[in-house]
Design a protein around this ligand. Structure first.
Ligand SMILES: C[S@@+](CC[C@H](N)C(=O)[O-])C[C@H]1O[C@@H](n2cnc3c(N)ncnc32)[C@H](O)[C@@H]1O
Length: 493
């Protein structure tokens, strides 16, 4: 077998024995399902995990070894650049740029290949025997990863090199041809893998065929031309489906544009239609679909709409928050099987887990502030959240009344200029009317989305059936990703 070697490449056996950093997950939030009708499985909760994916995968192995049907990943491409995330502020929705992740590698390609190889080995252990993996890469990295994949998954399990060709933005360079495609490598774990012929994954007919389609009482047909012994022949060909079984060049899926409802404000966001084709071709309903570099949550949103179970992970807290909001608002997004319709269904139950403690999580958000303020002496002081509880007999609702940031001096003028009211700091808030075991359970929420910038300042009314003392929890997440929770005791006679 051909193998790629580089200086310092670690033996596979050593990776497996050393890659064993397991950290227990802790629950950050629980989102019980309101969508009882189409619940996939009563015991299952989809998982969104905030953490470094090597640790996350290791920690998942105990429960999910050989259990995952599909892995799609869209990792950094070792470009050496920064990827920006646009943070939107308050009601007016103006953007400030933040670095979503840095695609920089200390020792260049070598360290990138080490990083990817370790993770690909773990992914293989998580995949079920009939499972598949799709690696979204680009022109300058895919060949290296191909050879590494052959080593891990086997040369014979390479199924396709998919070319996702999209119209390129006009680039000024005349030093090389304009780059206008990504590469997706598709491998299966074994020869016995799921791959389905589903009309919903079909590519449209070419314009030439579309223009030639005719209809009679037997159906839709076109004339296929040809010649035999110098004689021109043509015959009627009836088409059974609206399109053709997909080839490995996908030029029918446009890139996400900022004016579409799908756009989440994430610079490397991939189209839902791309994931629709991948998920429908290689999984059955209820199978587990995962994305360990989930970004804005495209894979998870599509898995949710196609009634698959899902697990997503990202080390960037903003990506986790963006995905949370995307899943919570999924009912307002386009239906994946009939794009002209709205999906309308509420999400299945999901949990947000962390492999770090809450304080560490917030320390990251504070770091973001520090960087913006160019000041290293920040004191970790939490914001002050003020709420008012409205009570009428056994009916309660909560109102946000103020939010103060103690480190206001550290915040850039660019951000401050956009804050007109206290609520402009807040991106999301939620209420747990009946907390249990100190874990925040979302019973009502309001949040801003890229297109809808209003935030409700009063929650819906919650009616209690049993009298007693309750400690209501109110949680906010601000534009920097800082989470604040306050608790209020209420007495119901
Ligand atoms: C190209 S983006 C994914 C975009 C995604 N496909 C979408 O449609 O939004 C890559 C993501 O990988 C995350 N990431 C990079 N290294 C990671 C690691 N070691 N563990 C977990 N996430 C990582 C980044 O934070 C980023 O959100």
């Amino acid at each position: 077998m051909v193998e790629l070697k580089w200086k310092g490449k670690v033996e596979k056996e050593d990776i497996i024995s050393k890659t064993n950093e397991i950290k227990p997950f802790h629950i950050i939030d629980i989102y019980p399902s309101i969508n009882i009708d189409s619940k996939v499985d009563d015991r299952w909760e989809n998982l969104l995990i905030w953490g470094e994916n090597k640790v996350v995968m290791n920690s998942l192995l105990e429960e999910f070894k050989n259990k995952i049907s599909l892995i799609y990943i869209d990792p950094p491409f070792a470009t050496g650049g920064n990827f920006n995330l646009k943070i939107q502020i308050g009601e007016n929705g103006n953007y400030i740029d933040d670095i979503a992740y840095e695609d920089k590698w200390k020792e260049g390609l070598k360290s990138y290949l080490d990083f990817m190889r370790e993770r690909l080995i773990l992914m293989k252990s998580l995949l079920t025997n009939s499972g598949s993996i799709f690696l979204h890469l680009d022109w300058h990295i895919s060949h290296y990863i191909k050879v590494i994949m052959d080593e891990i998954f086997g040369y014979d399990n390479f199924r396709n090199e998919i070319i996702w060709a999209y119209p390129a933005a006009s680039v000024k360079t005349r030093r090389y041809f304009i780059r206008s495609y990504d590469t997706i490598l598709f491998y299966s774990k074994s020869d016995d893998y799921i791959f389905k012929d589903d009309p919903n994954i079909y590519q449209e007919f070419s314009n030439r065929v579309k223009n030639a389609l005719k209809k009679d009482d037997k159906g839709i047909y076109y004339y296929r031309g040809g010649s035999h012994n110098g004689k021109k022949l043509s015959r009627k060909v009836y088409v059974e489906k609206e399109g053709i079984f997909p080839r490995d060049v996908w030029s029918d899926i446009p890139y996400i544009r900022a004016n579409t409802s799908e756009y989440q404000g994430f610079s490397t966001q991939k189209p839902e239609r791309l994931l629709k084709r991948i998920i429908l071709a290689s999984t059955n309903k209820n199978d587990i679909v995962t994305d360990f570099f989930c970004g804005s949550g495209t894979t998870l949103a599509v898995a949710e709409k196609l009634v698959r179970r899902w697990i997503g992970c990202d080390l960037n807290k903003h990506a986790i928050h963006m995905t949370r909001k995307r899943i919570l608002n999924i009912d307002k997004s386009n239906d994946i099987l009939d794009w002209k319709k709205i999906y309308k269904k509420k999400p299945q139950s999901f949990k947000i887990l962390g492999v770090r403690k809450m304080e560490e999580l917030d320390a990251i958000a504070y770091k973001l502030l520090k960087r913006k303020a160019q000041d290293n002496k920040i004191i970790n002081k939490s914001p002050n959240l003020y709420v008012k509880i409205h009570q009428h007999d056994n009916k309660i609702n909560v109102e946000l009344t103020d939010y103060e940031i103690p480190f206001i001096d550290l915040i850039s003028d660019k951000v401050k200029e956009n804050i007109k009211s206290f609520s402009d700091w807040i991106d999301y808030w939620a209420v747990d009317f009946v907390p249990q075991n100190n874990i925040f359970k979302n019973m009502w929420f309001s949040c801003r989305t890229p297109k809808v910038r209003t935030l409700a300042l009063k929650s819906d009314i919650y009616q209690y059936d049993i009298s007693g003392i309750y400690n209501i929890l109110v949680k906010t997440i601000d534009i920097f990703g800082i989470e604040t929770i306050v608790s209020h005791e209420i007495k119901l006679a």
